[in-house]
Design a binder for this molecule. Structure first.
Ligand SMILES: NC(=O)c1ccc[n+]([C@@H]2O[C@H](COP(=O)([O-])OP(=O)(O)OC[C@H]3O[C@@H](n4cnc5c(N)ncnc54)[C@H](OP(=O)(O)O)[C@@H]3O)[C@@H](O)[C@H]2O)c1
Length: 294
């Protein structure tokens, strides 16, 4: 609550898995309803090149799609693909009424322009919620696909019954995938948002002045260990979203010792990540419902 005086201690963990399971159970039920009406939700995936990790991520999404009752048409383009060929494949998916969402697996080979490709994707099929039109919809509060990690963080807070409305949220990082859209989302006038949001970044060298007064602190910088216990108000909620990979090793923004100061905290592994994936499928089912209502 906004006026509570929390005390320090060993933090309650906020796992993302139960949140993702609840979201996916809802998606599965909505998919079954659409199938009954003759519409099979469909998530198309597009992989360019031969990156093993990317191929693995696509496989996981396809397995999840199958488990939810979705179709998942897949196109694998060679690493030598030209920008024109990439755009032509995106155009095919745009034009296919049976496809409701398109995932362009990131990263793509360096000679291709991902942002330019994303801008040719039908915004209504943009399951990552990253198309500029969808960022604009978010800014003005129109329905549309939401950026997955910010939407997952809102769902995580709601699932674990952490009040957000009226509280002070401080986000460390203003990146386009995380900090900036999360700020817009949590400032919206809705019961699971409606917060006083502050965003800090490299332009605010004394950013800990803000994080130390936050009720909810979201680390979204991608700088391993940047958030240390002295940056956290005793009893505050700490959400670790920023990570950096060194090979397969995951290095979170939030120093482990923050758990001794925070009131609640996401685990080092299995916090925000599972909710991000669940939100991707929520974006697909919503796109399929909107398409079938048209
Ligand atoms: N868990 C998930 O599922 C998930 C999903 C998506 C992204 N992520 C992670 O989230 C992080 C952010 O993603 P993004 O795309 O938004 O990143 P980004 O565009 O690189 O943004 C990083 C932000 O952090 C700020 N920052 C970096 N170092 C800082 C420092 N020393 N002091 C203060 N601010 C600092 C930057 O400030 P400036 O703007 O001033 O440069 C920038 O605003 C990344 O680690 C990414 O891996 C996680």
């Amino acid at each position: 609550m906004p006026n509570e005086t929390p005390t320090a201690g060993t933090a309650r963990l906020l796992p993302g898995k139960p949140v993702a399971e609840a979201v996916l159970a809802d998606v599965r039920a909505r998919a079954a309803k659409l199938v009954e009406g003759g519409v099979r939700p469909s998530l198309a995936t597009l992989l360019v090149g031969d990156d093993d990790a990317s191929a693995g991520y696509i496989r996981i999404k396809q397995q999840q799609a199958a488990e939810l009752g979705f179709a998942s048409p897949h196109r694998h383009l060679p690493a030598s693909t030209t920008q024109a060929e990439l755009l032509a494949t995106i155009a095919e998916f745009n034009d296919d009424p049976a496809v409701h969402g398109v995932l362009i697996q990131y990263p793509i080979p360096g000679h291709l322009d991902y942002d330019a490709a994303l801008q040719t994707l039908d915004p209504d099929k943009d399951v990552d919620g990253m198309h500029p039109l969808n960022m604009g919809r978010l800014a003005v509060g129109l329905p549309g696909p939401l950026p997955c990690t910010p939407a997952g963080i809102e769902a995580l807070l709601a699932h674990h019954e952490i009040p957000v409305a009226g509280r002070e949220v401080v986000i460390l990082g203003r990146g386009a995938t995380l900090g900036r859209p999360l700020a817009m989302l949590l400032a919206q006038k809705r019961p699971t948002a409606n917060a006083a949001v502050t965003v800090v970044h490299t332009g605010v060298p004394d950013w800990d002045r803000y994080t130390r007064r936050a009720d909810i602190l979201v680390a979204a910088a991608g700088v391993p260990g940047i958030v240390r216990p002295e940056h956290v108000r005793p009893g505050a909620v700490v959400i670790g979203a920023g990570v950096r990979y060194e090979g397969r090793r995951l290095l979170p923004d939030v120093d482990e010792a923050c758990a001794e100061v925070a009131g609640a905290i996401t685990p080092r592994v299995g916090g925000v990540g599972p909710t991000t994936v669940a939100m991707l499928f929520r974006n697909v089912i919503e796109a399929a419902e909107r398409a079938s209502a048209r």
